[in-house]
Design a protein around this ligand. Structure first.
Ligand SMILES: C[S@@+](CC[C@H](N)C(=O)[O-])C[C@H]1O[C@@H](n2cnc3c(N)ncnc32)[C@H](O)[C@@H]1O
Length: 213
């Protein structure tokens, strides 16, 4: 892998199980490539990327994406801006980190009319908040690999599944028990559904399930 020297600093020394983290980030990259091709000139937005933007780095160094954004309130900006270039001599281009919750960046990321992919690798951000950061895109797609977060049940409405092109499967190459992949080819279709208010409980029952997404 040509980019090993560049991505390595993102994965070493921060956790005991770095190899597992590698399979998660690069597993999502492989799933994205299988679904969308080489991602050349796409805008990639990795939401809930963690303290160090590991999944963002996999997409940055292993693709020719137009721009990669990484969003997480826990981002270690000093590590990214100082330690990475000074200690590791790595200076990524067209790679922005945002130390924010997704909802703080609503409509803030201009995707310059490009195809855009939002990635949620074990992210705790709500799906709608993650999608809402992007504007001015040619198309909007989404890959989720949830850990403890439950996906909003409205996303699995039969008609919507077809319209938004949902594919889901578990990826055994990802060395985590939480390796279920959800890919929405046209995530613009799901944003309007998620904007609708959830049905309130009526006499102890619900018209459809309400998830704490
Ligand atoms: C389980 S960690 C996953 C981190 C990283 N993606 C990984 O796979 O190691 C969940 C991350 O979601 C982030 N997070 C929680 N709420 C968020 C929000 N509303 N917007 C963006 N990130 C959020 C947390 O700060 C945390 O870093």
């Amino acid at each position: 892998m040509n980019c090993a020297r560049d991505v390595m600093p993102f994965f070493i020394g921060c956790r005991k199980r770095s190899a597992k983290e590698v399979t998660e980030s690069f597993g999502l990259l492989e799933n994205a490539r299988d679904a969308f091709g080489d991602l050349r000139d796409w805008v990639i937005i990795s939401v809930g990327d963690g303290k160090r933007p590991r999944t963002g780095s996999a997409f940055r160094f292993a693709t020719k994406a137009h721009w990669v954004h990484s969003i997480d309130p826990e981002t270690d900006v000093t590590w990214f801006e100082k330690t990475l270039p000074e200690k590791f001599d790595v200076r990524p281009r067209s790679f922005s980190v945002h130390k924010n919750f997704a909802h703080e960046l609503r409509g803030a990321i201009n995707c310059e009319g490009k195809k855009t992919l939002v990635i949620q690798c074990h992210s705790h951000a709500a799906t709608r908040e993650a999608l809402d950061v992007a504007f001015n895109y040619a198309s909007l797609s989404l890959i989720e690999m949830p850990c403890c977060k439950k996906l909003d049940t409205r996303l699995f409405d039969k008609a919507l599944v077809k319209e938004a092109g949902l594919e889901t499967y578990s990826d055994g190459q990802i060395l985590s028990g939480k390796n279920q992949i959800y890919i929405w080819r046209d995530a613009s279709k799901i944003t309007s559904v998620l904007k609708q208010p959830k049905t309130k409980k009526v006499a102890g029952r619900e018209a459809f399930s309400v998830c704490p997404v």
